[in-house]
Design a protein around this ligand. Sequence first.
Ligand code: CP
Ligand code: NVA
Length: 296
Amino acid sequence: MRHLLDIDDLTPAELGSILDRSEVPDPDAVLAGKGMALVFEKPSARTRNSMEMAVVQLGGHPVTIRGEEVGLDTRETVEDVTRTLAGYHAAIGARVFDHRYIERMAAVDRVPVVNLLSDAAHPMQALADLLTIRQELGRLDVTVAYVGDANNVARSLALAVCMVGGTFRIAAPPAHRFGEVDADRIAAIGAVEVFDRPEDAVAGAQVVYTDVWTSMGQEHELDDRLRAFEGFTIGERLMSTAAPDHIFLHCLPAHRSEEVAAEVVDGPRSRIWQQAENRMHAARGLMWWLMEQSGT
Ligand code: CP
Ligand code: NVA
């Protein structure tokens, strides 16, 4: 049974195959007559809609469930919810606060489990990001400058960029960088460069990327984070130092004039809407591949 808890659950070759499949508009109906359960402990616009539509495009039926409806570890255990859903569905996707929940779901090992964002990782986002980079720049071995918090999105993106031979740069205040374990795990796959100043990370980069400074579940840290990230807002002057053919990406939702100025996120080098749409194409490519792997 294959699961996708983070992007490095895939080999680089599998990752390439999923990206290729993501470009195929008429995939095999591998989910015909089958369902996929999508459990959300947190809000979502892109992930829910892109996963639901990907399942439909593969001939299946998505069932979206709010976390509080099933009560993970409150109404019943994560394992019992997973066993129950596996009786109806060919796959389970889940967006959870605690990454250990998604690991426990996968450990049940009845149907493939896909991480739809946890505190530690966002692999579905990383797939769409690579797809967008490949479509726009024609290759994947590029330099990605990430300016902001070393969060779930940054972690999966860093792994993904390194897996495809790119260079991942991050500019963040010291308290908001990857911990030693994550840094070592990413560095074991490829090149990671850490910078104090956004200017040094962005200079000459083909892709400039950011995400919110305060992720879902960290709202109580908002004021501290606004202070810590002062000077890290991506503006037009910073972007002008990137490579001539650079693109700007953001997983969204965006907070204009916090992590990025409106002129950049809405500007001519921004590819955020293509990136958001690619969430659906990448989800379709992933689920097509995953269903074939699982033989379900
Ligand atoms: N990028 C992303 O995962 O968006 P949602 O939180 O809206 O799903
Ligand atoms: N880092 C953000 C990503 C949202 C898609 C969060 O976890 O809230």
